[in-house]
Design a protein around this ligand. Structure first.
Ligand SMILES: [Ca+2]
Length: 99
């Protein structure tokens, strides 16, 4: 088992089915996406075995850039969820939605 980076975070994108055609995975059909903030040289599908997307490279300003890595690597992950604004404590945050 190899590791791309200690701080890498899975974000649920992959090009498993068609190389360089990235999709989001979730509970519904895969959703294609285009994104341009890959780390320079990424996605590179190193050794023909990098099909999953993660926040892989930390920038000087604390942001992340994307990279493709092997899908069998173990990392932390981020999940997407629906936020029900009708349940928000509007009396505390009248002008903001936190989510
Ligand atoms: Ca890569």
């Amino acid at each position: 088992m190899t590791y791309a980076a200690d701080f890498g975070i899975w974000i649920g994108g992959n090009d498993v089915n068609t190389e360089h055609s990235f999709v989001w995975i979730g509970s519904s059909a895969p959703v294609p996406f285009n994104y341009t903030k890959w780390h320079p040289g990424q996605p590179n599908n190193m050794n023909g075995d990098q099909d999953c997307v993660m926040l892989q490279y930390r920038t000087a300003n604390g942001d992340y850039e994307w990279g493709d890595v092997g899908c069998d690597e173990k990392h932390s992950f981020i999940c997407e969820m629906t936020y029900d604004t009708s349940q928000a404590p509007s009396h505390q945050y009248p002008n903001n939605v936190i989510g």
